[in-house]
Design a protein around this ligand. Structure first.
Ligand code: ADP
Length: 626
């Protein structure tokens, strides 16, 4: 039969697997066992509503067999099995095909990271075997099929004989090499240890025939070998164990296996609730964002169990969007196994659990922020955007729940701080919470508008994320203190005399200012200002839309034409003001050129595009050559 080719991406991943020096080859076994367990879950769950499927709960099992001479290792399950199409789709291609970046000459670290990102899965078996046969009979088919592959050169799928519903995976284990002793996967003790280490919690028995050396005659030192089928795992799900019996390593292994991560979690939340609705929850905060987290493919949700049996792999109702990064499982005896998913999703118990989980995660994060700041910062750098997004999403409905979890960079403390910390260190004469937006800390720091506020020794929150200002706008205030953009036209930081003085200057020069405004129609006002220290000009805004928000709107695919109402402010104490006043009197043409150049300068500092750079550059040269 002609060989079928793997899809190109699958092929490259396979190639990586086969030739990888990914150090932890052992994990292939837990991957196969975990697939087997999922398949049994699926069949069992279906059998509860589909009476045609005759499934006996106590017969459900995973069986491991090995043959040293033939160098084969078999993992067999009596789960749901796969049809011909499923074999093709699940094993012939990698379902989660994404934007994987395969580079030439990758370092081993990069290779491992790719293997990790993919969730190693079935393909990891190619790390230890040179031929794999998967024989499967699906509950939905009357014919069994065998998928066979020796690696990158393709695979075949042919009809096969198999009587029982389920899947058998036969691995031909590679020959030992200088670097690696593959024969360990054909060793009883090694296999037992691996199952115990990685798959102990699996809720179905993992059986293997083991040999016992029995001493029959102690004087003659005579032994007899007896064989017996043994259950290798304790079958107690990790979340049902006593907390004191669980080691950090157990959590890490469980997490990495169950949620396909190559890194251990940042935090584990394990708790139990007893009451009207009782449940166990074992939740994890990943240490990094999953590779598809910011794509549409990402599905949030927790695995849902009813007394040890998985009902749903990803129950999205259990997590609000702002905690979509949380991975974990929830197990409740109060959820009925026999109701449909639709009804389940509407059930009261699920609702209660959801509310509970949300507040538990929130409290854990608040504690982490208080007691382990470094860890929280690491968390916030990875998932903070999600929390800030949560503040303004749904019309700010959840902002009160999240306002104490968001952090911003503080100009005074030169690090991320919470809003509570900002407010508690506010100066006595400070009325508002100041913030400034820009693309980087250093760019904001050199903004003209920042100077005046810093001069007063007021702290400023530097917003560098595109969601930040939307978040602040949704919050409106914190503990009664309003947020104030330093680029706002009326910062109200001058004394009454200063205000009077500048008002008078603006009145005295109203003709001059009008002529400037006529030259640059894009701004709604031009005025002299005493808030700038060293800079000659800057742009401030009136109204609700700031310059940074306009940039976000501009970048949106459907430009809604939302623009900031801009004001050009000229530093009254800067020599340029005198120059303008002189030119206005004696050379109107030159005055207009100066106006355009100064406006371009202000645009540049604000990080906004100059409409006609060639024209501006020409003007600058004309002025310079005078
Ligand atoms: P993952 O388990 O992360 O989805 P795998 O590559 O390990 O990725 O498996 C791909 C798919 O193949 C699984 O999602 C499942 O549908 C199917 N599969 C794998 N092993 C089995 C099995 N023992 N029984 C039934 N289906 C299986």
């Amino acid at each position: 039969m002609a060989k079928k080719q793997f899809k190109s991406e699958s092929k490259r991943l396979l190639d990586l697997m086969i030739n990888s020096i990914y150090t932890n080859k052992d994990i292939f076994l837990r991957e196969l066992i975990s697939n087997a367990s999922d398949a049994i879950d699926k069949l069992y769950y279906r059998s509860l509503t589909d009476k045609k499927l005759k499934v006996k709960k106590d017969k459900l099992e995973i069986f491991i067999e090995f043959d040293k001479d033939a160098r084969t290792l078999t993992i067999r399950d009596n789960g749901c099995g796969m049809t011909k199409e499923e074999l093709e789709n699940n094993l012939g291609t990698i379902a989660k095909s994404g934007s994987l970046e395969f580079k030439e000459n990758m370092t081993n670290e990069e290779k491992s990271s790719i293997i990790g990102q993919f969730g190693v899965g079935f393909y990891s078996s190619f790390m230890v075997s040179d031929n794999i046969k998967v024989t499967s009979l699906s509950a939905d088919s009357d014919k069994a099929y065998c998928f066979e592959s020796s690696g990158v050169d393709g695979y075949t799928i042919e009809e096969a004989t198999k009587k029982e519903i389920g899947t058998e995976i036969l691995l031909h284990i590679k020959e030992d090499s200088d670097e690696f002793n593959y024969s360990k996967y054909l060793d009883e003790y090694e296999l037992k240890t691996l199952v115990k280490k990685y798959s102990d919690y699996i809720s179905y028995p993992i059986k293997m025939e083991v040999t016992h050396h029995e001493l029959v005659d102690s004087e003659k030192h005579e032994y007899k070998d007896t064989k017996e089928v043994e259950i290798l795992n304790s079958m107690v799900p990790i979340w049902k164990k006593k907390k004191s019996d669980i080691k950090e390593e157990d959590y890490n292994n469980f997490y990495m296996d169950k949620f396909n991560d190559y890194d251990k979690p940042l935090e584990v939340i394990n708790y139990k609730v007893e009451g009207m609705t009782s449940y166990n929850a074992l939740l994890f905060i990943p240490s990094h964002a999953p590779s598809d987290y910011y794509t549409q493919d990402y599905e949030k949700g927790l695995a849902l169990y009813s007394n040890g049996v998985m009902i749903m792999e990803k129950c999205s109702d259990l997590l609000p969007d702002y905690f979509s990064f949380i991975k974990g499982i929830v197990d409740s005896e109060d959820l009925s196994l026999n109701i449909s998913r639709e009804l389940l999703q509407e059930s009261q118990s699920l609702n209660v659990i959801e509310k509970n989980i949300e507040s538990k995660i929130r409290k854990e994060l608040e504690n982490m922020m208080k007691n382990d700041r470094d860890k929280y910062i690491s968390f916030f750098k990875t998932f903070g955007v999600q929390l800030k997004y949560g503040v303004y999403n749904n019309f700010g409905m959840d902002k009160d729940k999240l306002k104490d979890l968001v952090m911003f960079y503080s100009s005074k403390h030169e690090k991320l701080i919470s809003l509570a910390e900002y407010v508690s260190s506010m100066k006595d004469d400070q009325k508002e919470i100041y913030y400034a937006s820009g693309s980087s800390i250093s760019k904001i720091d050199s903004m003209p508008q920042v100077e005046q506020v810093k001069d007063k020794e007021f702290d400023i929150l530097y917003l560098t994320d595109y969601v930040d200002e939307f978040c602040i706008t949704a919050l409106q205030e914190y503990e009664g203190k309003k947020f104030k953009n330093v680029s706002d036209g009326d910062l109200d930081l001058e004394s009454d005399t200063e205000k009077e003085e500048i008002k008078k200057t603006n009145e005295d020069y109203s003709d001059l200012l009008k002529m400037m405004n006529d030259e640059i129609k894009e701004v709604s006002e031009v005025r002299f200002s005493n808030k700038l220290k060293t800079h000659p000009v800057c742009l401030t805004t009136k109204g609700d839309v700031s310059i940074e928000m306009q940039k976000v709107f501009d970048a949106m695919p459907n430009d809604m034409g939302i623009k900031a109402e801009k004001v050009l402010e000229i530093n009254e104490k800067h020599p340029i003001s005198e120059k303008l006043k002189k030119l206005y009197k004696k050379d109107k043409d030159e005055f207009k050129k100066y106006t355009k150049i100064l406006y371009s300068e202000a645009l540049m500092i604000a990080g906004l595009p100059i409409e006609d750079p060639a024209e501006v550059s020409k003007l600058i040269c004309e002025v310079l050559s005078k």
